[in-house]
Design a protein around this ligand. Structure first.
Ligand SMILES: Cc1ncc(COP(=O)(O)O)c(C=O)c1O
Length: 384
């Protein structure tokens, strides 16, 4: 199966159509070995030495992800955090990086804490304004611009093409956390990004049963070699069983994301006029600040994530989450089951997340059921 001849949905469904050359199995085996035989002449002609560097079970999942993101190479990691932090650890103390104020909270904490102590100069900006990125970058000094779009938990949109142009003009790379968009909706490399990062825990796997991360590189260059070395040296590789599960999950990525987008759009539109909802945050709403840019850089939908700001503030929001029956009260996102979360509670003190915000990850249940369940929870919370 050539990635040039088939649509991305077909490549994903058949995981590139690879067939096991030994058994003709249409599903690959899991390679458990931690070490590989050295040839008698002392060479390692198989290219494999020790499984802290890689594992044959990664080959198909990395090839599939690279094809879906139209990148040159992909690497799977033990988590989204280990994939993301590798991008910063591949820089040098003293380097300047530009990152968003609104982003996945644990990475924001790591950047403000460990990365800053290590010596990176980390500058937080309102990345939904390209001007703010342009003002922050320092030619020759800024080495990496990091963006997340749509960004947790308010789904602000960053213009990827504009950010790439600004970063490249300053001699910096652009990395995009595309966890929420997935390659179904956005292919950042086509818009100028150098690196795409995924918490593969989310939509790529889709079943809330593994922790995984991934990077895709536009080029197999010196920076990519550093990222590969960091994974091998720190041993932040994915387990082989998790890699196998991830590949299985990715086969249904396109139908899952399409379904979630349809439901999220319908729910956003219905809750926008709900008497107990103050505001719905969703890039697919025409009233949403980043809608025009989202239309430009996303196709076939605006994602399965939305947030509602509940009338009555924090207490009403927590009381609503307490009364759902179908939605599951849990953190994370991108699984087949719909999740609801009072986001400020998990992000803790100092979070920019509004206290009245409930984050919704829309799964593949019936959309009317999801509406009815949240509607009854909102009404009961307000009558309590
Ligand atoms: C947008 C985004 N990026 C990165 C991460 C971190 O990924 P992981 O939990 O797989 O380490 C998450 C996790 O929630 C996320 O939502």
């Amino acid at each position: 199966m050539s990635d040039k001849n088939f649509a991305a949905a077909s490549l994903a469904a058949q995981a590139m159509g690879w067939i096991d050359p030994v058994t003709k199995a249409v599903v690959p085996p899991i390679h458990m070995a931690s070490t590989y035989l050295r040839d008698a002449d002392n060479a390692y002609r198989s290219g494999r030495i020790y499984a802290r560097a890689d594992n044959p079970t990664f080959d198909q999942v990395e090839a599939t992800l690279a094809a879906l993101e139209v990148g040159a190479r992909a690497l799977v990691f033990s988590s989204g955090m280990s994939a993301a932090s590798a991008c910063f650890l591949a820089l040098s103390p003293g380097d300047h990086v530009v990152v968003p104020k609104v982003m996945y909270w644990a990475l924001r904490s790591w950047l403000a804490g460990f990365a800053t102590q290590w010596g990176l100069q980390v500058e937080f900006v309102d990345a939904d304004h390209s001007d703010a990125i342009a003002t922050a970058v320092q030619a020759g000094k800024t080495k990496l611009v990091w963006i997340e779009t749509p960004a947790n938990p308010t789904w602000t949109i960053t213009d990827i093409a504009a950010a790439a142009e600004i970063a490249h003009r300053a001699g910096a790379l652009l990395a995009v956390d595309s966890t929420v968009a997935t390659p179904v909706l956005t292919r950042p490399i086509e818009q100028g990004a150098d690196i795409v990062m995924h918490s593969a825990t989310k939509y790529l796997n889709g079943h809330s049963d593994i922790i995984a991360g991934a990077l895709v590189g536009a080029r197999d260059d010196a920076y990519w070699t550093k990222l590969t070395a960091i994974r091998a040296q720190l041993g932040t590789i994915l387990g082989q069983t998790e890699a196998w599960l991830l590949l299985r999950g990715m086969r249904t990525l396109f139908p899952r994301v399409a379904w979630a987008c349809r439901s999220a759009q319908a729910l956003a539109e219905r809750f926008a006029s709900h008497p107990m909802v103050d505001h719905v945050l969703y890039p697919g709403l025409a009233s949403f600040a980043g809608h025009a840019i989202a239309r430009k850089q996303m196709r076939d939908g605006f994602g399965g994530m939305l947030s509602v700001r509940v009338k009555g503030g924090e207490r009403a929001a927590i009381a609503t989450a307490a009364r759902v029956e179908l939605w599951k009260r849990a953190t994370s996102l991108g699984g087949v089951e719909s999740l609801i979360e009072h986001r400020a509670s998990i992000e803790g003190t100092g979070t920019p997340c509004p206290a009245d915000l409930l984050r919704l990850s829309v799964g593949v249940e019936d959309s009317d059921d999801l509406y009815r369940d949240l509607d009854q929870a909102l009404r009961r919370a307000h009558n309590a």
